[in-house]
Design a protein around this ligand. Sequence first.
Ligand code: DOR
Ligand code: ZN
Length: 349
Amino acid sequence: MEFIEIRRPDDFHLHVRQGEPMAYWVRASARDFARALIMPNTIPPADSPERVEAYRAAILAAVREDPETAGFTPLMAFKIMPGMGAERVAGLKAAGCLAGKYYPAGATTNSSDGLSSPAAAREALLAMEELGLPLSIHAELPEYFVLDREKAFLPTIERLSRDYPKLRIVIEHLSCAESLEFLRSMPERVCATVTVHHLLYTMDETMGEGLNPHFFCKPCLKTPRDRQALQDAVLSGNPRIFFGSDSAPHALSKKEGPFSLGGPYAPGGVFSAPAALPLLAAFFEEGGMLSRLENFTSAFGAAFYGLPRNSGRLRLVKRDSRVPEEIAGALPMLAGRQLPFDVERKEGA
Ligand code: DOR
Ligand code: ZN
């Protein structure tokens, strides 16, 4: 096998930030991915039609500067705020939002203004259910021990699914074996994304040798058992599990300090997008399931969100490629390292 050709992929969970580095960070995704669902945990949050439109326009301007990335489509998610009303949700849908994002208050980067419980957003959730807007969830309860936070959130999802029986739900960045068990017990309208870092790595990367902030994320990387469960589920070709990178660049200065007593400390986020596709190709190949890569990256997610599949194609060629050392002040995952596959866009794709 010298290469595998797939339909151009989607990334259904991406952070690209704001300001000057955004252009470089989003282009690192837009070279490989045809579309990405852009997360709304900006400052201020993407929680109104005006803010979402301005954010989308800034992203589009950035990708259009480079012919290699000009065809990229940002898909927008809005942040669900406490007390958000039905009219606002309808406006966000009219502005083209594809999903609303539930951040438990304090669970991750820029989420202190998030939700203390689903009750805090009852009207918005009812409106989303009515309008057919999927609910994207950061599923962690920050009050719990860090390794148990995702597991602790599962009963909340069960309740959400019961209270909003038509609502379609995505559990983002699944990280533990219990969540996979839980997913199997839920109706088909509950799906999940998996990142490349949770799929391939464990806490060993974060702290097995030295403390590595570039592998620190929320939910944090877990145990070999959890990783095995994720790998089995992804290789099984389950259509309810699709790719969302949760690629989340942070400036080196924030990741590496200096820190002072009392914080702030290194923020969570793995800038995985530049290495994602070569790593996924290697993973599916090693698992003897290369033919299932395309569904994971380019079909199941589009089906969940009711989008047409991308028309372009892309080749993953079996030759070494090198992850950039640095991109606009942030360190990509595996910076400077060799990967066993290289991404090649097909003519006209
Ligand atoms: O590690 C993470 N980083 N997890 C998230 O949920 C948010 C993200 C970010 O925005 O940095
Ligand atoms: Zn995220």
